[in-house]
Design a protein around this ligand. Structure first.
Ligand SMILES: [Zn+2]
Length: 141
């Protein structure tokens, strides 16, 4: 997608909404998680140039709410190779304000009957057991 970067930088401060995903992980790891929001209130995660829902180019950083709620989850017994040493584990989709994050739910039994939808969790960044790569995780409040 070259050629889409023609306009001038009108951000003007250090909080650049075009920050990459690794930087976003750094922020979450430091307890300073954020998301991007357009004027219509659509939330998204960096890196974003425009709102993925309405195309608005004005994206503002918003503080990521401290607590989210589990929308859905899956107990994984047969992993991809990158998660081979982590099984069984739980992947969950968690709503924080106007955004949804997908990550690994830890601190709970990886069993279907041990997790209730609506469970309140916090987000953090931890390491996969398999390869020590960073991964978004959720822990019950
Ligand atoms: Zn929007």
């Amino acid at each position: 997608m070259s050629g889409s970067d023609g306009d001038s930088d009108d951000g003007g401060d250090a909080s650049n909404p075009k920050t990459g995903f690794d930087d976003w992980l750094d922020a979450v790891e430091a307890g300073e998680g954020y998301y991007l929001e357009c004027p219509d209130g659509h939330g998204s995660l960096p890196p974003r140039w425009v709102c993925p829902r309405c195309g608005a180019a004005d994206l503002f950083e918003r503080h990521l709410p401290d607590v989210g709620t589990v929308e859905t989850f899956t107990v994984v017994h047969v992993p991809t190779p990158r998660f081979a040493d982590d099984v069984p584990y739980v992947t969950a989709v968690v709503t924080f304000g106007s955004i949804r994050l997908t990550g690994v739910l830890r601190g709970m039994e990886p069993a279907d009957d041990a997790i209730d939808l609506g469970t309140e969790v916090t987000v953090r960044v931890e390491r996969r057991e398999t390869d020590d790569e960073r991964v978004i995780t959720f822990r019950p409040v």
